[in-house]
Design a protein around this ligand. Structure first.
Ligand SMILES: NC(=O)c1ccc[n+]([C@@H]2O[C@H](COP(=O)([O-])OP(=O)(O)OC[C@H]3O[C@@H](n4cnc5c(N)ncnc54)[C@H](OP(=O)(O)O)[C@@H]3O)[C@@H](O)[C@H]2O)c1
Length: 280
């Protein structure tokens, strides 16, 4: 996930499934619309989103909270962990731009969050179609590692202009405890730990912090295959002394904290949210 801040604005975008290596014209347009939103905020124009290519407008409510007057751009935000993060950042006062591959999911998420009185808009960020099986490995690495790096390279100039920022990548407990059948996924998520550390050093002089959320097993559609597999789940629970299944909201609070000024002295950390420590 990624955030940028100066006096007026935060950009915040979880870079989990994120973008493919190559951006189509449509993808670039989606990114451009995110940048426009950020530019608006940096000029303090929360009131009007006219001219933005987002589908639904802000509720225009007054923003209060630790992230007031910041904009959060959350990708992969229409379900699961990303959705919980979007909701939490909005509850903490940010204006949130949610995005995912499918317009109907974006519309549903925006409507749900606006229905809660939150300041939210949405835009589609399609990261491309699935490749054939032979290209599966390359695709996972592209989507999980290369794409966040590419996305960052496009967003960083905007953060640099603001002189401060925060990036939050989303890895996985699989980086510490590899699933035997998920080799490429394990490798991609492990690479994100390294990307976090490297970027945190490289970007520190620009005032940009880079940290990483490392979720354990969190109850979402994505992880159904694990937590609904009784044998796997019971073994896992027993082995790691887990008391319960994680919820997306367990991740959202950490992300909001890492975006906030309270975390301004935290940089280069991979933080596990799993109900246990894989390092014990
Ligand atoms: N749940 C877990 O137990 C767990 C554990 C460790 C790590 N994680 C990591 O946490 C992240 C989120 O997982 P989740 O469990 O919240 O998944 P989820 O419930 O399936 O939600 C995924 C979200 O991302 C969007 N999305 C999927 N592929 C995308 C793509 N290529 N480009 C843009 N948006 C995309 C989906 O919407 P659309 O379909 O509309 O695009 C949806 O909003 C992933 O990086 C995953 O590896 C999850």
């Amino acid at each position: 996930m990624l955030c940028a801040e100066k006096k007026h604005g935060w950009i915040s975008t979880p870079v989990k499934f994120l973008f493919r290596a190559k951006f189509s014209r449509k993808q670039k347009k989606a990114l451009a619309s995110m940048f426009q939103a950020v530019a608006y905020v940096s000029r303090g124009l929360f009131r009007s989103y006219a001219g933005l290519s987002v589908r639904m407008n802000s509720t225009g409510i007054d923003q209060k909270g630790v992230l007031a007057n910041r904009v959060a751009v959350v990708t992969g935000a229409t379900d699961g962990i990303g959705f919980a993060i979007a909701r939490r950042l909005a509850q903490d006062g940010a204006h949130v731009v949610v995005s995912s591959r499918k317009q109907h999911n974006v519309d549903r998420a925006v409507a749900a969050l606006q229905g809660e009185g939150l300041s939210v808009t949405g835009t589609v960020c399609h990261v491309g179609k699935a490749e054939d099986r032979e290209r599966l490995v390359a695709t996972i690495l592209d989507v999980n590692v290369k794409s966040p790096a590419l996305l960052l390279s496009q967003l960083l100039p905007h953060m640099e202009n603001r002189g401060m920022g925060a990036v939050i990548l989303v890895s996985s407990i699989a980086a510490y405890i590899p699933h035997v059948e998920l080799g490429p996924y394990n490798v991609s998520k492990t690479a994100l730990l390294g990307l976090t550390r490297t970027l945190s050093l490289e970007l520190a002089p620009k005032g940009i912090r880079v940290n990483c959320l490392v979720p354990g097993i969190i109850k979402t559609n994505f992880s159904k295959v694990l937590h609904m597999n009784e044998v796997f789940w019971n073994n896992f629970k027993e082995k790691y002394h887990l008391q319960r299944l994680g919820q997306p909201e367990d991740c959202a609070g950490l992300v909001s904290f890492l975006c906030s000024p309270d975390a301004s002295y935290i940089n280069g950390e991979n933080i596990v949210v799993a109900g246990f420590s894989p390092q014990l």
